[in-house]
Design a protein around this ligand. Structure first.
Ligand SMILES: Cc1cc2nc3c(=O)[nH]c(=O)nc-3n(C[C@H](O)[C@H](O)[C@H](O)COP(=O)(O)OP(=O)(O)OC[C@H]3O[C@@H](n4cnc5c(N)ncnc54)[C@H](O)[C@@H]3O)c2cc1C
Length: 374
C-alpha cells in the first residue's frame, strides 16, 4: 500500500529541538508525553513550585495533540444522549459541564481560539432523527444546542464550541512550562515505568509522582491496560485555499466519522473515513495511507464540494477504550497516574483531566476528578 508523507498542515514554523535525556536525575513529578495534556499538568505543577521533568519520545506536539483537526468540542466523544444512556443523566451532564468550563478557560488563554460554534450535520434521515434525540436530551439537561439548517445541510449547532491551531497551542504551553522552570526533554522514549522510576534508555528519572499523559500508544507503555485500551491511527488532508467554499463553522458529519473545517485563509482541513477501514488502522503506524486518503478525498469532492488541490496529508495515533465511553483516567500503580484513550476527542478532555490529576497529587482528589475515574 502506498504511504504518503506525514506533512502536518499545522507545522508552519521551525521548532528548536530540546535536549534528550542524557543523565539519571530526580524530581518531584515526572510527566511522560509532551502533548497539550502532559504540558497542562506540567504547567500546573511548576506553578505550584514542584520540580517537574517532562519527557517525550518525539517532540512537543509530535503526537495527536499537534496534528489533530483543531476542533474544540464540549462533551466527551459520545454524543450527549448516548452518554446519558451509558452513564446516566447526572454524570453525563456533569462531565459535559466540566468541558464547557474548560473551553471557557481555553478561550481566556489561547489567542488562536476562534469561538465559532460547531455543527453536527446529518448524512441521512436516520441521523437527522438521532440529532433530534440529541437535541431533546441536551435541552432536558440544560445544555446549549440549537437546530441548524444551512448550506452545509441539516442538523445541530453547538454554540460553546470552536476551533484553534493545535500545534501552536502545544508549543505555547511548552514555552510557558520552560519559563516556569520545568525541564523538558524531547527524543527520549520511556521504555518502562515502575513506582518512582521512569526508564529512558540507560537513564532513570526518579520521581515522587509520575503522570503518563499519552493518548495513542498508552497500552504499549502500560501493558496492563491492553485489555481496555487500543491504539488506532486517524488521518487528515489539507487543501490549498478554496475561494469557492465558505464555511464559518467546523462540521461533524456522518455521526462524526467525517469532519472538516475551513481556515481563515480558506484552506480546508478534513479528516475521517477510519470507520470504513478500521481493521487497517488499528496499531501504532503513523503517517498516512492511500486507502484512507483516497476516501477522505472522495468526501472532500462529493460532500464538502471542494475541488481544491491537496497539499498536506498526515496521520497520528490516538487510543480508544473498549469498556467505557469515558477516557482512561486512573492511578495505575501507587503514585503513577495514567490519562489517555480519549476516543478521538481529546483536545478539551485531555487538558481538563490532567489538570485535575496534577491537583490530586498533593491534595485529596476533587469531586470533579472523581467523575472521570473508572
Ligand atoms: C488526525 C486526528 C484528528 C483529531 N481531531 C481532533 C479534534 O478535532 N478535536 C479533538 O478534541 N480531538 C481530536 N483528536 C484527538 C486529539 O488530538 C487527542 O486526543 C489529543 O490531542 C491527545 O493529546 P495528549 O496530549 O493527551 O496526547 P498525545 O498528543 O498523544 O501526546 C502524547 C505524547 O506522548 C509521547 N509518547 C508516547 N509514548 C511515549 C513513550 N513511551 N515515551 C515518551 N513519550 C511518549 C508522544 O510522542 C506524544 O507526543 C484528533 C486526533 C487525530 C490523530
Amino acid at each position: 500500500m502506498t504511504h504518503f508523507n506525514n506533512d502536518v498542515l499545522w507545522n508552519q514554523r521551525p521548532w528548536p529541538a530540546l535536549a534528550a535525556v542524557h543523565q539519571s536525575q530526580e524530581c518531584d513529578v515526572c510527566v511522560i508525553g509532551l502533548g497539550a495534556s502532559g504540558l497542562t499538568a506540567i504547567n500546573r505543577l511548576a506553578a505550584a513550585g514542584k520540580r517537574v521533568i517532562g519527557v517525550d519520545a518525539h517532540m512537543c506536539g509530535g503526537g495527536a495533540a499537534g496534528s489533530n483537526g483543531g476542533f474544540i468540542l464540549a462533551g466527551i466523544a459520545a454524543f450527549h444522549h448516548d452518554a446519558v444512556t451509558q452513564l446516566g443523566p447526572q454524570l453525563a451532564t456533569a462531565l459535559y459541564q466540566q468541558t464547557v468550563a474548560e473551553i471557557a478557560l481555553l478561550a481566556q488563554h489561547e489567542p488562536l481560539f476562534r469561538h465559532t460554534g460547531s455543527l453536527r450535520i446529518a448524512c441521512d434521515a436516520d441521523e437527522l432523527a438521532d440529532c433530534e434525540a440529541q437535541y431533546t436530551r441536551m435541552r432536558q439537561d440544560g445544555l446549549a444546542v440549537e437546530y441548524y439548517a444551512g448550506p452545509e445541510g441539516q442538523g445541530l449547532l453547538f454554540p460553546h464550541d470552536g476551533v484553534f491551531q493545535p500545534l501552536e497551542r502545544v508549543r505555547r504551553l511548552a514555552q510557558q512550562a520552560l519559563a516556569a522552570g520545568a525541564t523538558l526533554y524531547e527524543r527520549s522514549q520511556v521504555s518502562h515505568i515502575a513506582r518512582g522510576a521512569v526508564h529512558v534508555g540507560a537513564y532513570v528519572i526518579q520521581a515522587q509522582h509520575i503522570i503518563v499523559a499519552v493518548d495513542g500508544a498508552l497500552e504499549r507503555l502500560l501493558p496492563q491496560l491492553a485489555d481496555e485500551v487500543r491504539t488506532t491511527r486517524l488521518q487528515m488532508t489539507g487543501t490549498v485555499p478554496d475561494p469557492n467554499i465558505q464555511l464559518t463553522r467546523p462540521v461533524y458529519y456522518r455521526y462524526g466519522y467525517d469532519y472538516w473545517q475551513q481556515l481563515p485563509d480558506q484552506r480546508i482541513v478534513i479528516g475521517g473515513s477510519r470507520d470504513r477501514f478500521a481493521e487497517h488502522e488499528w496499531g501504532y503506524a503513523t503517517g498516512s495511507s492511500s486507502l484512507i486518503q483516497t476516501d477522505i478525498e472522495r468526501t472532500l469532492r462529493t460532500v464538502v464540494g471542494s475541488q481544491a488541490a491537496i497539499r498536506h496529508r498526515w496521520g497520528a495515533s490516538v487510543a480508544y477504550r473498549h469498556n467505557d465511553i469515558r477516557p482512561l483516567v486512573r492511578q495505575v500503580m501507587p503514585d503513577v497516574w495514567a490519562c489517555g484513550a480519549y476516543n478521538g476527542t481529546g483536545n478539551i478532555v485531555g487538558t481538563l483531566v490532567t489538570r485535575l490529576v496534577a491537583d490530586a497529587l498533593y491534595a485529596p482528589p476533587s469531586d470533579a476528578l472523581h467523575a472521570w475515574l473508572s
